[in-house]
Design a protein around this ligand. Sequence first.
Ligand code: PMT
Length: 401
Amino acid sequence: MNLPLTKKNILLGVTGGIAAYKSAELVRGLIKKNAVVRVAMTESAARFVTPLTFEVLSQNRVYMDMWEGDPKEIDHVTVAGESDVFIIAPATANTIGKISHGLADNLLTNLFLAFKGPVMICPSMNSNMYLNPAVQENLQILRERNTHLMEPDFGELACGDEGIGRMPDPDNIIQALECLLKKTGELSGKKVMITAGPTREFSDPVRFLSNPSSGKMGYALAEAAVARGAEVTLISGPSQLPKPAGSQVIHTVSADEMNHAVIDHIEGMDIAIMAAAVSDYKPASCQHEKIKKNREKLSMDLELTPDILDGLGKRNNGLFLVGFAAETGDLIENMKDKMLRKNCSLMVGNLVNSSHGGFGSDNNEIVIMGRGNGQVDKLPRMTKRQAAEKIFDRIVEEIKQ
Ligand code: PMT
């Protein structure tokens, strides 16, 4: 069996935290898995564990000084180019701050900027430092750039306090790394279209019908697809979210606009995921001037918008089509009905009138229903990014069958 770490070139960045001693165990574990490990350290890390320890364990030179080494080679460029994955463990608040802002004042941070493959970061520090908004914002920047963050563990910290901030056990890091390597490139060569966010159906220049969708679910799907190597087109209704790195974003406002954008870009797509909350109805006409408040009651004629998902289902051209069902009750029955009626390959359901997640929240509690084998996965509440990963795990599984 071809194991994910066998012969993989792992670049391990070690920064100056007490957990640096665990990185020595990490190197041993990676070598046991037949990986080739090269270590880059900061000077502070070398105060906790000597470079010699890593040199002996990895059987490779340790990279620390920007100004030494073969003058014909630029270390940070060659080493970065030769590595399959870059993991920084432990990652201190200082290094996280630097790499999230593009600063490069040592060999390790230069390597981070020069490296183009998947990166995994294991933050490790005192819990007050970890929870400090500055550190959290820096981590969010990295997350949005598709860096894989492994949450620190909760427990006793070096300072004697108890809290979040411990570097996870090396075995768990290795497992996460194996998982990451398995997924990276899983969708390479695949074209994925995702819709996200709400639509706005204007009745006059200043008023519209809409819903509370933020775009978070769809944008998380786009990030997850990019991380797996897909070419991603994100068609987004109005949203405040930053563009998911590595994707092409097309901004739309109304259901009609979203429908046109989908039709214009659907050719050649392998997978389409319709996570947008598209308004079902729109005002039958849109007034050119603001409607005046000059009567007791006002009624408005509404007409159907195009059903974008239904339109794609009718094309039936080998596209793997994923629909979403936003429900307030009878989730499973409604999902099944929508999946069959709109000819979807997979349906993702969520309740939007509860505390389980849904509109606007960072979290979601989803159900995934397959058409092929009818398998229903009811998942617990998790972040939308985690939910996106679960959806892609299932898509990849179904595509393979
Ligand atoms: O954006 P967030 O704040 O993160 O919230 C996420 C979400 C709740 C919006 C998302 O998880 C979700 O459920 N999206 C689908 C919302 C929806 O419109 O569901 P629906 O059950 O009304 O529609 C079923 C499917 O048909 C959906 O895939 C929808 O995109 C599609 N549809 C609906 C109407 C229409 N005119 N055209 C469509 O394509």
